[in-house]
Design a protein around this ligand. Structure first.
Ligand code: AMP
Ligand code: ZN
Length: 113
């Protein structure tokens, strides 16, 4: 685990998070600073810094499928939701451990800021 990675620490249970779903090599938990009534983060449990660094393309499919299942389970699938992967500084990434934001529970605007 790269020292100091907050999401690695959450995956290892070393810092608290409200975990809502566990999967094969994946984890979903509540965002600390929610931007919508439902704001969950889906991460691989092993460290991958950004979308650019993901060597295993199949992992991306698994994470997206996991987010889709989670959306159904938390009841936002029908009305709709947004999945976001901020990548590097221009993409707004602040935590450098790959994560999907699952946002829902309110209408989303477009374009994003
Ligand atoms: P990003 O800007 O795409 O890198 O998103 C990072 C997200 O992680 C932000 O929405 C933060 O609110 C969230 N976050 C940072 N630290 C924690 C934490 N310890 N537990 C839960 N969410 C966190
Ligand atoms: Zn990490």
């Amino acid at each position: 685990m790269p020292g100091g990675c907050v999401f690695c620490k959450i995956a290892a249970g070393e810092i608290p998070a409200t975990v809502v779903k566990r999967g094969d090599g994946m984890l979903a938990f509540q965002d600390l600073n929610p931007q919508a009534p439902t704001h969950l983060l889906v991460i691989p449990t092993h460290h991958v810094a950004t979308l650019n660094d993901t060597k295993d393309a199949a992992l991306l499919g698994k994470l997206l499928g996991f987010a889709r299942e989670l959306a159904r389970e938390v009841g936002i699938a029908g009305r709709g939701y947004r999945v976001v992967v901020n990548t590097n500084p221009d993409g707004g990434q602040t935590v450098f451990h790959l994560h999907l934001h699952l946002l829902g529970g309110r209408p989303m605007s477009w374009p994003p800021g």
